[in-house]
Ligand binder design. Structure first.
Ligand code: GDP
Ligand code: MG
Length: 598
């Protein structure tokens, strides 16, 4: 029967190992798209994704494949995001599958996210089919990589497909292994509906499009459905699948992957990981593993132009329709005026939202330095969570403070072990373990405060290893730390948006560096601007921006009007990114300066 012919699978890989290219080739091979229609990386639909070459939202496509055994199979290929911020989405999309293609670059071998993804796949009991990609590269070492897969992951790699997604080599063999090795979905068509939500997105015309994997029962237009975690209810308008264009079908049956449209207005009702069941005929229990994904990194977003405030609110409202993990609430800063405190899953998520607001909504922004959530226990016994340094309580009221820690796994060639250890030590990391992957590469594990990862860890990791390190992390919990709030004063006025929470032992150094950085970034004004860093009332560092000497316009000898106008326009351009703080003009970068500490 039909259920036996279904194969639901994902492709997992470290970034750049060729997942999207392989997905394209599979689509092409199965005839889902003619090569004329093929646009590179069709699964990465958003412009931003395409430009950045990353996959933010996972997608599912239904393909037909006639295998060598003569059977026409239904393949559902579920694409997953490749970045650590979206681990939870990866994990839920894997839960919708029975198998995974593990793509490893034949020249690079196993990297940090290869392992992280393999662990997620094993947690979900998936059948893993290894694919060694990019065998066309002169530097490819498929035999070495096979060995690595066996030694490090413990998978039998003797049948690993040697492929080149770019050159279209090995595609058929991959599909044959998918149908032969991966199991068909189990599940009971006669039980009440149970479908796993592995993604959803808001469409301006159709409302929320909910991507599901039907585990038990079936679903069709007219059914009344119930979302078990959010208790939202709706009536199904259409069900369908992406083939790879959106296509309506009569029903999604047991084992199927597809979408539901039910006139829902906000993705917050359709949380990733939740279970959809019938409103009348409800399943007794939801599918396992649901958790709400919580933001870990917070920052302030302020419009540069005060009159953009309402547009910014509308932009956030729209983005929220499509992003269940985005959090925001109004916030005021004495320095920056009215804005929003926003919460994100991680730094990449934060950058994506900022960029979309600026690009799609055309609102120039000032963003404040990202902060993690600190837990402060007060002398009165109460524990509060602080996501904005300017709300940090007075020292005298604090009993102790805790901050989030992560377990960081870093894979590097031997030569860089010293550099990595130095970096991690500098970031207050505690060494946990080190293991050789092969004769040339090691996995190094450190526990590091999340706040230190937020402060340009990625950039430093890349620069100190010439880009050879790969990195993954997971939250491990909260630990007590000796933290203090560092305040910054410009022209003798405290700028709340520049406050940061730092470790006590590093506070003097940090204060000095921030002052130096600000001195570089703040342009000369008509008057002298003192920059000071302080802890409580104690000033720990000071710099001065000297007053401007001459009027720039004096350079344009009287008559040359057009040159003068050009210069003024240029200055105006430059000003777009300036914010008046008190009587000092501060450029956007200054608010991020607290991050760049090297
Ligand atoms: P993803 O990040 O895993 O989705 O990787 P992409 O599919 O975006 O590929 C990353 C880069 O590797 C792109 O520049 C691809 O053109 C290239 N690439 C992918 N597959 C192959 C391959 O088989 N051979 C070669 N030489 N390059 C490949
Ligand atoms: Mg990709």
């Amino acid at each position: 029967d039909r259920q036996k012919k279904i194969r639901n699978f994902s492709i997992i890989a470290h970034i750049d190992h060729g997942k999207s290219t392989l997905a394209d080739r599979i689509l092409e091979y199965t005839g889902a798209l003619s090569s004329r229609e093929m646009q590179a990386q069709v699964l990465d639909q958003m412009d931003l994704e395409r430009e950045r070459g990353i996959t933010i939202k996972l997608q599912a496509v239904r393909l037909a494949y006639k295998a060598d055994d003569g059977v026409e199979y239904i393949l559902n290929l579920i694409d997953t995001p490749g970045h650590v911020d979206f681990t939870y989405e990866v994990s839920r999309s894997l839960a919708a599958c029975e198998g995974a293609l593990l793509v490893v670059d034949a020249a690079q071998g196993i990297e940090a996210q290869t392992l992280a993804n393999v662990y997620l796949a094993l947690d979900n009991n998936l059948e893993i089919v290894p694919v060694i990609n990019k065998i066309d590269l002169p530097s490819a070492e498929p035999e070495r990589v096979k060995q690595e897969i066996e030694d490090v992951i413990g998978l039998d790699a003797s049948d690993a497909v040697l492929a080149s997604a770019k050159a279209g080599i090995g595609i058929k063999e991959i599909l044959e292994q998918v149908v032969a090795k991966m199991p068909a979905p189990t599940g009971d068509p006669d039980k009440p509906l149970k479908a796993l939500i592995f993604d959803s997105h808001y469409d301006a015309y159709k409302g929320v499009i909910v991507y599901v994997r039907v585990v038990d029962g079936s679903i069709k237009a007219g059914d009344k459905i119930h979302f078990m975690a959010t208790a939202a209810e709706a009536e199904v308008i259409e069900v369908g699948a992406f083939m790879p264009r959106m296509g309506i079908v009569d029903e999604l049956a047991v084992g199927d992957v597809g979408f539901i449209i039910a006139g829902i207005k906000n993705v917050k009702d359709t949380r990733v990981g939740d279970t959809v069941t019938g409103a009348k005929n409800q399943a007794p229990e939801p599918l396992p593993g649901y958790r709400k994904s919580n933001p870990m990194v917070f920052c302030g977003l302020y419009p540069i132009e005060t009159q953009d405030y309402n547009d910014l609110r509308e932009a956030l409202e729209k983005l929220e329709l499509n992003d269940a993990s985005l959090r925001y609430e109004p916030e005021t800063s004495t320095a920056l005026g009215f804005g929003f405190r926003c919460g994100f899953l991680g730094l990449l998520h934060m950058e994506i939202i900022q960029e979309r607001i600026e690009r799609e909504f055309n609102i120039p922004l000032i963003t404040t330095a990202p902060s993690v959530i600190y837990r402060v226990t007060l002398t009165n016994g109460e524990t509060i969570e602080i996501d904005n340094p300017s709300n940090y309580p007075e020292v005298g009221k604090i009993e102790f403070v805790e901050e989030p820690y992560v377990k960081a796994s870093i894979i590097v060639p031997n030569d860089y072990v010293g550099a990595i250890m130095e970096l991690c030590q500098n970031k207050r990391g505690e060494f946990v373990n080190m293991e050789y992957l092969d004769t040339n590469r090691v996995t190094i594990i450190y526990e590091v405060p999340l706040s230190e990862i937020v402060y340009d860890f990625f950039d430093q990791l890349k620069s100190s290893t010439k880009g050879y390190a790969s990195f993954d992390y997971e939250l491990t919990g909260y630990r007590q730390s000796k933290l203090v709030k560092l305040d910054i004063m410009l022209n003798n006025e405290q700028v709340d948006a520049l406050s940061v929470i730092v470790h006590r032992d590093r506070s003097y150094q940090r204060g000095r560096i921030i002052c130096e950085k600000l001195k570089e970034l703040i342009p000369r004004q008509m008057f002298e601007v003192p920059i000071q860093a302080s802890i409580g009332t104690k000033v720990i560092a000071r710099e001065t921006v000297k007053a401007m000497r001459k009027n720039v316009l004096a350079k344009c000898y009287g008559g040359d009007i057009s040159r003068k106008r050009k210069l003024l326009e240029k200055q105006k351009e430059g000003k777009k990114r300036m914010k008046q703080v008190g009587n000092v003009e501060v450029p956007q970068e200054a608010f991020m300066a607290v991050l760049k500490i090297n």
